[in-house]
Design a protein around this ligand. Structure first.
Ligand code: ZN
Length: 385
């Protein structure tokens, strides 16, 4: 997860709050959160429709659940959604051990619906003993069902060497760990850098949520901090690391921070044939590109249909109930379904002008929404034996 994901979730939260208030006042029907699942099969045709939303298996492969109450999972199941909840070494989240306890509890309660990824702290990564301790921690996570290991942008953007320079993801200290993961076939889920907008002035940013977030958080707005590594520096360090571990199953979170141009992301996927990416918290960037050249985005989605995973990056604060979380995420899930499946034009929070849906073929949608995640994480989403 990321600061971006929090701001990505914000408009949805506000919309859900507004809808709930209107519903309480009797102005609109409650959102369909409590609707019973349909056992009907999706209608046949080249594309899914909005009516198929709760009839097709879907995986949100990038969420952060921090509350062991299974209410959210139970409600998501009625919409045919499964999740991958990802632990992150992020100071705004609960401590890693708490995140892990929640993830294991949720998976144990619903192994067919919940998968999780383990993470670790890099704060002491320059000290002897860190590597062995980190491998032990990951091993314990894998024994408890973790399907991969997450590394976050604190590597590259906040952890420093004694001389003050930033520790990048291709630093030699991490190489033995990534080789160990590669040998064992364990996926590395990497979020390095930030969206390219972070390095642009506010009036040059392409989506509203970036503009709003960085206007209110100048300390994180890299355009104001030229002493920090550039977006190009972050991408180059990540690429050197992936190139140095050619058998590593690398999964780039957030379109591998190459969200600004599907051609750049295509070049990354061409260069690293084992790599895959999720779309979490960057679908607004795809929609922005759709406004410029919808056919180009559509061609990308079709050509790389085996390499892309759907995800939202929705984050649950520990005190947030499952019902509240569902009210926040369900409108986002439905908006994304509309974008990928239909050819309707509609307004989204990220953009001032309407966007037209991509109308992707069913086979592409099935890969995006569950088959690629199931193939990438073959032990995930299996009922207990
Ligand atoms: Zn995330």
């Amino acid at each position: 997860m990321t600061r971006t994901s929090l701001r990505a979730a914000m408009p949805a939260l506000h919309a859900a709050t507004l809808i709930a208030a209107l519903a309480a006042a009797g102005f609109v029907a409650r959102p369909a959160a409590a609707a019973t699942p349909s056992d009907a099969k999706p209608a046949t045709g080249a594309r899914y429709t909005m009516a198929d939303f709760d009839k097709v298996t879907k995986i949100d492969a990038h969420v952060h659940l921090h509350n062991a109450d299974p209410a959210f999972i139970d409600a998501a199941r009625k919409l045919r959604f499964k999740v991958l909840t990802i632990n992150v070494d992020y100071p705004d989240f609960p401590p890693l051990d708490d995140q892990q306890r929640v993830a294991i509890a949720l998976r144990q309660a619903a192994p067919a619906d919940v998968a999780w990824a383990v993470s670790f702290s890099s704060e002491t990564s320059d000290q002897p003993g860190w590597l062995a301790a980190t491998e032990r921690r990951i091993d314990a996570g894998l024994k408890a069902g973790a399907i991969g290991v997450k590394v976050w942008k604190n590597i590259g953007m906040s952890i420093r060497k004694p001389d003050g320079t930033l520790v990048m993801i291709d630093d030699a200290r991490f190489s033995p760990l990534f080789s160990w993961l590669a040998r064992r076939g364990i996926p590395l889920l990497g979020h390095q850098g930030e969206p390219h907008n972070c390095w642009l002035p506010l009036d040059k940013m392409t989506v509203n949520n970036d503009r709003e977030y960085f206007a209110h958080h100048p300390q994180y707005h890299m355009a104001l901090h030229p002493e920090m590594p550039s977006w190009e520096d972050q991408m180059a360090a990540r690429d050197r690391m992936v190139a140095a571990h050619p058998t590593l199953r690398f999964i780039g979170m957030h379109m591998a921070s190459l969200e600004r141009d599907v051609d750049e992301l295509a070049a990354f996927l061409d260069r690293f044939p084992l790599a895959k990416v999720d779309l979490a918290a960057r679908i607004g960037q795809l929609q922005y590109q759709s406004q410029q050249d919808r056919e180009k985005v559509r061609r990308f989605m079709v050509k790389y249909q085996d390499r892309l995973m759907y995800g939202t990056d929705v984050s649950q604060p520990p005190q947030q109930s499952g019902a509240e979380l569902l009210r926040e995420v369900e409108p986002v899930w439905r908006m994304h379904w509309r974008y990928f499946n239909t050819e309707e034009s509609f307004k989204v929070d990220d953009l001032d002008q309407p966007v037209q849906g991509l109308g992707l073929p069913r086979a592409v949608v099935d890969k995006l929404y569950h088959l690629n995640a199931e193939r990438s994480f073959p032990t995930a989403w299996k009922a207990a034996r």
